[in-house]
Write a protein that binds this ligand. Structure first.
Ligand code: ATP
Ligand code: MG
Length: 589
């Protein structure tokens, strides 16, 4: 229960639901006890009048029975109504808590850094927020409700029974511990098998998910039969687990009936014996009927105890996993709450960066400076550290040693929200949401009007493509809609960055899938758009660097060349080779 204590704050938050629920439960239980009492009194009247003859006696019996039946119907309906209210308060409370907890977990996910996402698989993260929160809800909802219900019913029923006959009460309660133990054991077994079954289910679903997302590769390589075999094996196993679960589940009902039957027999045998022996507490046969009803009222709550305890165990395990995530503190924190204006002067000072999880040294001894409004073009072989460099500027990672400065201040002392607000990134692998094109662009600036969206799309040279779609900017992308080509995706992603109107624009090889002509258009557009913005552009094409103030060449995390285009074409090295190669390609084409 240690982990579940975390949820106490929610019980406090919803204390009125909780307390009302308890009061209603007490009332519902008291009302449900009228039935055994009325049955008992009916038997009593029948027994008393049975000896007598004449129409008088039969009239009395009919009248009393009619009266009692009406009362039983009335009180049962009312008790049913109260039970409905009990669910309305307690179960509704649990839904509120579930909602709050899901939001809390989601907020925490958003706060955590890339490092966290590399260490945890998506499936796992999804499970925390759906399955684990769902199991926790079973604790705050049904488990708490049944426990309250059981405890109150026990107290009320036993008080009622005790007042009639202490001795018979004892006999009646005798089989109950056996019942609860048997049910507990069975629930444990059910739980164990159901966990295994769940594991298989999630294996099947992650397998299918991967097949669906990789369907193009699977078809292209014609490996459908192999995938089918794997799927068959997985579903065969999960069927076996499901059958083994069904077998123990099937025992539950018969076991309950057998145990209830046993308790009934105990009451009939001992109650009957006490009645024959003239026990003063069992003055009429109706009391035995009353007790049989009590036993039946107690059996379900006792059975539910086993079930509740396994629910609580599961919730404890789930909450433990949730707490582990909630406790993680993001490594990248917002250091200052006051606003820091961002102008866009960027400086690296002896920066070294090592990816913690792989130990790869992606950057070493990097120093350079880009003034406000200047443009830097970054070149280098694949894996040389270009993307890493850009990620350090938007502070997706913190440097291992050295300093990255914005307007002369260490990034770790700059307001993170202001920084990210003023630095727009076009990542190397454009990511678009399954939403309309307009919304995908608006993502860069929530308040943007459609005119502004069109304006950015024009700058990114993608407006003509979008206009060609039937629904234009309202075209849905992704799974439910159309798939854009690689180059179109890149340009929508550029439009998203431009609409933000940032001080710093980081373009990570985002023109790689665009033909040279379109690239020219975009670069020309950017030239006027970026006049007062600091721009860093990663590229493999020399043409991109045409207007850059500085050019940097990276190799294995080190700067091997730095200067202007004219300076670098005069030096032997990577840049000159690239330039010559691309120049001759251009002449050939
Ligand atoms: P490309 O031109 O292919 O995009 P790049 O110059 O952008 O290459 P980076 O992505 O910065 O290269 O990678 C630099 C080095 O860091 C590589 O050796 C790469 O394997 C490693 N690396 C990149 N991202 C990560 C990461 N998230 N975790 C661990 N190592 C990484
Ligand atoms: Mg890269």
């Amino acid at each position: 229960m240690k982990e579940l204590q975390y949820l106490n704050k929610y019980f406090i938050k919803y204390k009125y639901h909780f307390l009302t629920g308890i009061l209603i439960t007490i009332a519902a239980q008291i009302f449900s006890l009228f039935t055994p009492k009325l049955v008992s009194s009916s038997f009593k009247v029948i027994e008393e009048q049975a000896g007598k003859s004449g129409s008088m006696a039969s009239d009395i019996v009919t009248q009393t029975l009619f009266h009692n039946i009406l009362l039983i119907i009335g009180t049962t309906l009312f008790s049913g109504f109260l039970t409905f209210l009990m669910r309305q308060t307690l179960i509704v409370m649990s839904r509120h808590i579930e909602f709050d907890l899901k939001n809390e977990v989601f907020r925490q996910y958003e706060r955590l850094t890339q490092h966290f996402y590399k260490q945890n698989r998506t499936g796992d993260l999804m499970n925390r927020i759906s399955e684990d929160v769902g199991k926790t809800r079973m604790y705050v909802g049904p488990a708490v409700m049944y426990t309250i219900n059981t405890v109150i019913r026990f107290i009320v029923v036993i008080v009622f029974m005790y007042r009639v006959s202490p001795m018979l009460t004892l006999y009646t309660l005798l089989p109950l511990p056996l019942l609860s133990y048997a049910i507990f054991k069975l629930s444990q077994e059910i739980n164990k098998r159901s966990t295994v079954f769940q594991q298989y289910l999630s294996k099947v679903s992650s397998f299918t998910q991967e097949v669906f997302s990789g369907i193009r590769v699977i078809k292209a390589y014609a490996i459908e039969p192999k995938q089918q075999q794997e799927m068959d094996a997985l579903s065969y196993e999960s069927k076996a687990k499901s059958l083994s679960l069904a077998r123990v589940q099937a025992l539950f009902g018969p076991l309950m009936i057998a145990l209830i039957g046993m308790s009934n027999l105990v009451v009939i045998y001992f109650g009957g014996k006490m009645y024959i022996d003239g026990d003063p507490h069992i003055s009429n046969i109706g009391i035995i009927a009353e007790f049989i009803l009590y036993v039946n009222m107690l059996t379900w709550p006792v059975a539910s105890l086993g079930w509740v305890s396994s629910m609580v165990q599961e919730a404890e395990a789930s909450q433990k996993r949730i707490n582990e995530f909630l406790k993680i503190r993001p490594e990248i924190k917002n250091p200052v709450l006051h606003a820091t204006p961002i102008n866009g002067e960027i400086e690296f000072k002896n920066v070294e960066f090592i990816y913690e999880d792989t130990g790869i040294k992606a950057l070493s001894n990097i120093s350079f400076k880009v003034g406000k409004g200047e443009t830097l073009a970054v070149f280098g072989r694949t894996g040389s550290g270009k993307s890493t460099l850009l990620q350090l500027i938007s502070r997706l990672y913190d440097v291992t040693s050295g300093e990255v400065k914005m307007d002369g201040t260490d990034l770790r002392k700059v307001n993170l929200n202001d920084l990210r607000q003023n630095v727009a990134v076009v990542p190397q692998d454009a990511f678009l949401f399954s939403d309309t094109i307009a919304n995908n662009i608006r993502f860069g600036n929530e308040d943007a009007t459609i005119e502004e969206i069109i304006e950015s799309a024009k700058l990114a040279a993608v407006h003509d493509n979008i206009s060609g779609f039937t629904l234009q900017y309202e075209t849905i992308l992704g799974e439910r809609g159309i798939t854009l080509s690689g180059g179109q995706k890149q340009r929508v992603s550029i439009a998203r960055a431009l609409i933000r109107d940032p001080q710093v624009l980081l373009l990570d090889d985002c023109l790689s899938a665009v033909d040279t002509e379109t690239e020219e258009t975009i670069l020309t557009n950017l030239l006027s758009y970026c006049r007062d913005k600091t721009t860093i552009i990663v590229s493999h094409r020399v043409s991109t660097a045409r207007n850059a103030d500085h050019i940097m060449v990276l190799d294995q995390g080190n700067i091997i060349q730095y200067g202007t285009h004219n300076e670098l074409v005069d030096q032997e090295g990577y840049y000159k080779e690239l330039w010559l190669r691309q120049l001759s390609e251009k002449e050939l084409s």
